[in-house]
Design a protein. Structure first.
Length: 166
């Protein structure tokens, strides 16, 4: 992956043939490949008394947190305002819990939570996604916006040149 001259590649010199050979490698998994900055064998390492040359690698890690998933937001106000949805939710929880209750291994609470979660996903609607709009409350801006809306409405009614200029 890194282009090096031949003098930096060999890590072991065979005593019998006196030929340099590349025996040591730096292995990285694919996801860390971009972190490798440099890898090479040192020329001499006499103080250790080792036959092979030492191979060093320079890595720069960028540890990022994983992207968080979007929270699912349920419309609880709509649920609280509608007795029909509440009744449907209650019936759904009761039916699902009775089905789960037949399996008796002492985990009633976890089964109840599972039944509630499934009923919530089925009965309670999601909140609609909305973009935050920052509109100005300055009176001049409000007046200009109203004039623009009126001109646009006139243009929609009659797309003549005089409405375009007005």
């Amino acid at each position: 992956m890194l282009q090096k001259r031949l003098g930096k590649l060999w890590t072991f010199k065979d005593r019998a043939t006196d030929s340099p050979q590349q025996l040591d490698y730096i292995l990285l998994c694919r996801e860390w490949r971009n972190s490798l900055q440099n890898a090479e064998a040192y020329k001499s390492f006499c103080s250790v008394g080792s036959d092979p040359r030492v191979v060093c690698a320079k890595l720069i890690l960028s540890l990022r947190t994983p992207k968080h998933t979007r929270k699912v937001r349920y419309d609880w106000r709509r649920f609280a305002a509608s007795p029909e949805i509440q009744e449907q939710y209650t019936v759904t929880v009761r039916n699902r819990f009775q089905v789960l209750e037949t399996d008796d291994n002492g985990a009633r609470y976890s089964k109840f939570i599972e039944a509630n979660t499934q009923a919530m996903e089925e009965c309670v609607s999601l909140k609609p996604k909305r973009k935050s709009v920052h509109t100005s409350t300055n009176p001049q801006v409000v007046e200009a916006r109203e004039k623009t809306d009126e001109a646009h409405a006139r243009w929609d009614m009659d797309s003549s040149d005089e409405n375009r200029l007005a």
